[in-house]
Ligand binder design. Sequence first.
Ligand code: ZN
Length: 295
Amino acid sequence: MSMDCIVCGKQAFYTWTSIAGIDIQRCRSCGVGMTTPVPSAEELLEDNLERYIAAEREKVYLPRIRYFQARYHSYIKEIKKFKKTGALLDIGCNLGIFLLSAQKEGFTVTGVELNKSCAEYGRKRYGLKIHSDYLAEIDFPDETFDVITLYDVLEHVPDIKGMLSDIRRKLKNDGLLVIQSPNIDSVLAQLTKAKWSWLTPPDHLYHFNPSGLASLLISSGFRIEKSRTWEPAEDFCNNVAAAYLPGNIVGRVIQKLLRISRICFVAVLFLQRIWWKRQQGGLIQIYAMKDSWRD
Ligand SMILES: [Zn+2]
């Protein structure tokens, strides 16, 4: 079966890893990974509905709400280096906790969340404006938003190029696009491969590296302002422990001891600055502006 690389269009791939009959094929030219076989849009939506149901999401976010608020505050601080205020659209906004933070910091916020239970939660609990349709189907006028954000979303989208073109249309001239997506070139991905917790096939269809994601955005009519990589040290430690320690009681005890002693955590906290500089953090965060002269 021949397929074209979503980024560079070439057709030469190799199998990077396989999990339960699903292959992660990487482009020999640009290194971007693609999940094969590609699930249908219906399968994806069904998977999304099961995986991201509001009651389950609540258990992830609410017990650690202060942690997430601090994290989102740092996201907004970065955004403010480019746009101090304005209309912000968060695509894949989940329960709306990021939107709430952005609103508190002066943005006029709107969300898009395909999972109806999560969208409903954000509307009811936080009074947020959240749409539950595909971006192309929502009647936002062109050039509505100053900022559009997609945190951990683009890797789920089957028609990435179509979506980037819709996003570009909805952004004002010189509007800011922020994307965060797992980094297949990261130290974490290389250490854990099939056990990398941000691989999650078939949920994640694409597995970017910083240069591949930048090329995709440039060819979609954006100019790159900033690209960085990072990851929470805790997520790194948990993922490596889960990948290397046995799944039995011994493994769990060792993991607990490591967590209590914080040896792994402190070491990672120190070392990750080195690999972040080399663009090898587990998450890519890219800031791009709509390149309006290309219209
Ligand atoms: Zn490629």
